[in-house]
Design a protein around this ligand. Structure first.
Ligand SMILES: Cc1cc2nc3c(=O)[nH]c(=O)nc-3n(C[C@H](O)[C@H](O)[C@H](O)COP(=O)(O)OP(=O)(O)OC[C@H]3O[C@@H](n4cnc5c(N)ncnc54)[C@H](O)[C@@H]3O)c2cc1C
Length: 405
């Protein structure tokens, strides 16, 4: 049995996926976690996220798998359409996700809600606040907050996403660690004007991809935009500026795009970000450690960011418990367990980022012809198998072991 460590206080910055998942495990092991989240409440929104392989095992160990299954997007499939809206081809859901039996897909916001509900009675949450400064010594970390009074913690974890504030405070400027993969993504909730039922509809343009989908149990839809672009200069907190960038890039484009841009203008859960990797030599310094996208963002093109955030939380908490709270030992083991698998996923993301959009109308025609013929090709099962194998290799790249509970 792990010795109880109720005196080990841990401040976690970020209440999306990695932060609450870590809090759940730390509480179970006898630590005292506090989660600080900059947003005034749990942030809604986000893409549907895949949970495959090891991360399903982690959900089961966390006791949230039934909730995850209930929240499943339950997608039936999807289609590609031309600029008149006519269907070019239809494909089953498994083909889009590279999933196998047991894998699942949920909305990011639903998973964040499940994790928060599971932890909120046992864990202190400080919404609407942010770390202002960190000052570590041999025994702990003094933390000042933008709003609340200063406090001292034994350990601090930055689970505050790709643009991690904790990373900036402790390791320096984001530009040293973030590598833009040449594209941007935007997604937000919108009216279900196309009457989609657990269905996704894609329209490809040169260097651009647009999608509308509606998942299980949803009366509304999501609108998704991807476009190729070198790094843009904008304020990632200025949503109005980001909406303008999107409107400018897609101005004059056909299909449902004008209506979707109106939806963007009205959206209150508008998400816009660069498709980027975070690459760091080390994920910890002293008593501070990074987790999830803050440490090693693999970008939406990996389809694994959420799974890695859950798996990393499981390993970090397990190693802290196994090392009896000795953070230096635990941080090193956590990084050793995670890093090789993270790198497999980052290489996968790099390859896939290049495939998300197609550069010319001619190439789009060729790809669409291929997609249209796919269901009739004698070797279609082999193609599906190859796609699934690559995705599954990434999904099983980090292995987990048992820790005392
Ligand atoms: C609103 C939202 C929408 C998203 N949509 C998509 C999507 O469509 N496609 C996709 O692939 N990925 C999306 N992501 C990212 C995806 O959820 C992550 O890749 C993945 O789940 C890893 O989670 P994470 O907990 O490490 O980081 P994130 O999910 O990025 O969460 C970081 C959390 O830290 C909080 N935070 C940031 N700064 C501070 C601060 N200074 N102090 C305290 N808290 C702070 C953020 O508000 C957020 O709640 C989205 C994330 C968010 C927050």
């Amino acid at each position: 049995m792990t010795k109880q460590l109720a005196s080990k206080t841990v401040l976690i910055s970020g209440a999306s996926i990695a932060g609450p998942a870590l809090a759940l495990w730390l509480h179970r092991y006898g630590f005292t976690p506090t989660v600080v989240e900059r947003a005034p409440q749990l942030r809604p929104g986000g893409y549907k996220v895949d949970l495959r392989g090891v991360s399903i095992d982690v959900c089961e160990r966390m006791g949230i798998l039934d909730d995850v299954r209930r929240a499943s997007t339950d997608m039936r499939g999807g289609s590609y359409v031309d600029d008149t809206g006519a269907t070019i081809a239809e494909l089953p859901a498994a083909f889009f996700g590279g999933r196998v039996d047991g894998d699942d897909e949920v909305m990011r916001g639903d998973l964040a809600r499940i994790l928060h509900e599971r932890t909120r009675h046992d864990v202190e949450y400080l919404f609407g606040d942010s770390i202002a400064s960190l000052s570590g010594d041999a025994d702990g970390v003094d933390v000042t907050f933008e709003n609340g009074p200063p406090r001292r913690f034994d350990l601090v974890v930055g689970a505050d996403g790709m643009h991690s504030h904790t990373r900036r405070l402790v390791f320096g400027d984001e530009r040293r660690f973030r590598r833009h993969l040449g594209a941007y993504i935007s997604i937000f909730t919108a009216p279900n004007d196309l009457d989609l039922d657990r269905w996704e509809t894609y329209h490809a343009l040169p260097d651009k991809l647009v999608c509308a989908y509606s998942s299980g149990g949803e009366t509304r839809a999501k609108n998704l935009f991807v476009f190729g672009s070198p790094e843009l200069s904008y304020d990632h907190r200025d949503v109005a500026q980001q909406k303008k960038i999107l409107a400018d890039v897609f101005a004059g484009d056909g299909w449902e795009i004008p209506a979707m841009l109106n939806n963007a203008a009205a959206a209150d859960d508008f998400y816009f970000d660069s498709i980027s990797l975070i690459e760091m030599d080390r994920w910890s310094k002293g008593r501070v450690v990074l987790l999830g996208d803050a440490a090693h963002c693999t970008s939406p093109s990996s389809g694994q960011g959420t799974g890695l955030a859950l798996t990393g939380a499981y390993i970090l908490a397990g190693e802290l418990a196994a090392a009896n709270g000795d953070h230096a030992v635990a941080y090193e083991r956590y990084e050793r367990e995670m890093r090789p698998g993270v790198e497999v996923n980052q290489r996968f993301a790099e390859r896939f980022a290049k495939e998300m959009t197609v550069s010319s109308k001619g190439r789009i025609r060729m790809r669409m012809a291929l997609v249209r013929m796919l269901p009739y090709m004698p070797w279609k099962n082999l193609i599906a198998k190859k796609i699934t194998e690559d995705v599954q290799k990434a999904a099983h790249a980090v292995q987990i072991r048992d820790y005392a509970r």
